[in-house]
Design a protein around this ligand. Sequence first.
Ligand code: C2E
Ligand code: MG
Ligand code: MG
Ligand code: MG
Length: 292
Amino acid sequence: RAKKEARGTVQAYRPDLTAAAQRRIELVHALRLAQDMGQFHLEYQPQVRVRDGSLIGAEALMRWRIPGKGPVSPLDFIPLAEETGLIIAMGRWVLEQACAQAVLWQAQANMPPVVAVNVSARQLRQPDFLKVLDDVLQRSGCPPHALELEVTESMLLEESDQAIALLYEIAKRGVRVALDDFGTGYSSLAYLRRLPVHTLKLDRSFVKELGQDRQVEAIARTIIRLARDLSLEVLAEGVETPEQVRWLRLAGCDWAQGWCYGKPMRPEGFQYAAPDIAETGVFVDTLVQDEP
Ligand code: C2E
Ligand code: MG
Ligand code: MG
Ligand code: MG
């Protein structure tokens, strides 16, 4: 039947769209089954203090493997999950897993003291979001300060006052709030003053150009400075090279995350060794040697 339809005029002129639409339908179908089939797992990426390389947390990142087909990128399935509403159940599962993991790590040395969880706008918009959060915290026994929720700038744009009230409720519980992909949205900076946010995550698109593009550097420096002046932490995303580490340290960036420090890992095998502490080049040299 699909073949017959494909011969129709509209599809005949838009072969790419048809293929994309077909793949989309298949993915949504597979996504509906994925959670019950146990096809999801989380990986955790180290978050590090730039000054001394010490471990300050880990971001939980969702992974989906379809047996016989390999991994699907979150960049592909998260938007679909948001559109279809599947993100609500998935998001709850992620929160449960991450909180359980945080509890285990609290009892172990050299493990992340805080676990950061990405939360989508659609999830936050659920009227029972706070109830779910309280439930998960209570059942897992996760201390609120061991959890950070990452929300995006765009989510705040959409929802204004209601979103701000929600963030206050989250912060009131002692759960940390981070603004993910910061700098890519268009929110007014004055807005930040009103938000109970603890961390700005400087988007990877800026970090990528450090040492290469003067204008991007100026923006990054401004965001780092802004965070300082507002007494917020700033975490650079997607830090891949020792040169980027050096730049960030000189600019006064508190925290970083990226392949230079560690890739996302399964929690059972999570390992992070802080590079040697040094004020000058030694620390950077160590990183060069440690690079995979
Ligand atoms: P994000 O929250 O901004 O996560 C950072 C992304 O950058 C992750 O991609 C991570 O693997 C990748 N990354 C980290 N360090 C480096 C680096 O040094 N270089 C490069 N090139 N990439 C790096 P990932 O895991 O593919 O996730 C993509 C996006 O999917 C995330 O962006 C987040 O928006 C979303 N996502 C992932 N897991 C979840 C989840 O559980 N819930 C929700 N709502 N969204 C999620
Ligand atoms: Mg994130
Ligand atoms: Mg991010
Ligand atoms: Mg990002």
